[in-house]
Ligand binder design. Structure first.
Ligand code: ADP
Ligand code: MG
Length: 460
């Protein structure tokens, strides 16, 4: 009955929408008149509740008139990867799994929905597919390699595939995309995906319960083994050893390995040489830092997928300010969308500034007073000590005022604090400097240009 309801819902909403929002639903059970459905995060629960809740209720009624209520709850054990779609703190990482649980999804058995395939089920994030991965210059090579591995696992030259790059640049997304593609492909293949941390916990649990043989056999029976965030295996000698043996056994049998890390194999200090060598001998692909263009494309794609209208100016603001991590970029967009939905108001540049006040501030380039003093001194050919000295000669006092002005505008420091940092001056001195420099900027184009240049140098 639950399978039919899911099927009907899938037919109604279409594959893409189903996969984005509904795929992770599981039936926890039926309690009298109430059916309880679980989703892994609060965000998903709220979304499904508000967008599909009524439909779910109606479908249940159609199948089983004794069900009067449908409760949608957050499953206790979250999926292995924190889902950050909502920009909230990630749910606590799943606890180290015991061996009994190690080959199953991280949800307790009674909460598990029957799975269509009997392969080694891993908690893959529904959103992380190739369809939703936006390709641009910084990631096109890694993406092409991932595609290639998904199409033809274990082809020579691509085994292992080693993906590396900074936090939030799409490593996990690409790995899940490979896993989805392989699981949905024609050939039945077993895919095992886990973080290095989980690999370690499972291995240690197996050691403890004296079931390492079982652990090894299961691992060596998969067709594709993916280990995410390998840097966490650093220094864990016997886990590394085990991984090395598994790795060799699989590669020898013509199975595919995919590994991710925050560094290239050559920089993985604390990983044994022989493992490092083997890791680097397939395809090594780098996810580079995003460019403005890629960030903008990602935002456009996400806004389109969420079917919300986001003004170009707002996307430009986000793409300019939130530069390091796609996850945070996404989180900011989701916050805007949630806010707009909650209050039934469109997203505007003003609402963006208001809602994301804290995020934007946190991403402002933090310039220190010391840096300002150094740059200004350099620019005017002075010594750093002139910035804090008592000298009042114009050629020293004016640049010092400029530095105070910049400190006021580029840092979050208060006037008294700035005064203290400029040789224990009073806050009124700083105030005077700020207004004097503002006046000069208005009167003297050459001076204005000078200050603008300094500002630019400090901000970029
Ligand atoms: P990593 O594993 O490298 O830390 P993730 O794969 O978890 O990063 O990516 C962080 C978030 O950013 C995810 O929600 C992911 O979907 C998103 N993301 C990263 N790169 C892209 C991209 N190129 N296109 C779409 N989404 C992306
Ligand atoms: Mg990751």
């Amino acid at each position: 009955c639950w399978a039919r309801i899911r099927g009907r819902l899938r037919d109604e909403v279409g594959e893409v929408e189903y996969r984005t929002w509904l795929r992770q639903m599981t039936l926890a059970g039926i309690d009298g008149e109430e059916a309880v459905i679980l989703l892994p995060t609060r965000f998903l629960r709220d979304w499904v509740n508000s967008h599909y809740g009524d439909r779910l209720r109606a479908l249940w009624q159609g199948e089983d008139a004794s069900i009067r209520r449908v409760e949608i709850r957050v499953a206790q054990a979250a999926s292995a990867e924190p889902v950050l779609a909502d920009g909230e703190a990630a749910p606590a990482r799943a606890e180290p799994a015991g061996l009994a649980e190690s080959l199953a999804p991280s949800r307790p058995a009674e909460l598990r929905a029957p799975e269509p395939r009997s392969d080694w089920v891993v908690p893959l994030e529904a959103r992380f597919t190739f369809d939703t991965f936006v390709v641009g210059k910084p990631n096109e090579f890694a993406h092409a390699c991932a595609r290639r591995v998904a199409e033809r696992p274990a082809s020579p030259g691509f085994n292992p595939l080693f993906l590396y790059g900074g936090v939030g640049l799409g490593k996990t997304h690409l790995m899940h995309a490979i896993a989805w593609a392989i699981r949905e492909g024609e050939t039945a293949r077993t895919v095992a995906y886990m973080s290095a941390e989980k690999f370690m916990y499972r291995f240690i649990a197996a050691l403890r319960s004296q079931s390492t043989m079982e652990f090894k056999e299961t691992l060596r029976a998969v067709d594709v083994l993916m280990i995410d965030d390998l840097q966490f295996l650093i220094g864990k000698d016997n886990t590394q050893e085990e991984f090395f043996h598994t790795f060799n056994a699989l590669v020898d049998q013509g199975k595919q390995i995919v590994v991710s890390s925050d560094k290239p194999p050559s920089d993985l200090a604390g990983i044994e040489d022989r493992l490092r060598t083997r890791l680097g001998c397939g395809m090594v692909a780098d996810l580079h830092a995003t460019t403005y263009e890629l960030r903008l494309s990602i935002l456009q794609a996400k806004a389109a997928a969420a079917q919300v209208l986001v003004p170009a100016k707002v996307m430009e603001l986000l793409a300019t300010k939130i530069t390091t991590n796609v996850r945070e970029l996404e989180g900011a967009l989701n916050r805007l969308v949630a806010h707009a939905n909650l209050f039934g108001r469109p997203i505007t540049i003003d609402s963006a500034h208001e809602v994301l006040h804290d995020v934007l501030r946190a991403h402002e380039k933090r310039v220190s007073i010391e840096e300002i003093q150094r740059k200004v001194a350099e620019h005017y050919n002075l010594r750093l000590t002139d910035m804090v000295s008592a000298r009042r000669a114009r050629n020293v006092a004016r640049p010092r005022q400029v530095a105070m002005y910049l400190a006021k505008h580029l840092t979050q420091r208060s006037l008294p604090e700035i005064g203290r940092r400029f040789g224990n001056r009073d806050h009124t001195t700083v105030m005077h400097a700020v207004s004097r420099v503002s006046e000069l900027i208005a009167q003297d184009a050459g001076f204005a240009e000078d200050v603008a240049l300094l500002r630019k140098m400090l901000e970029t």
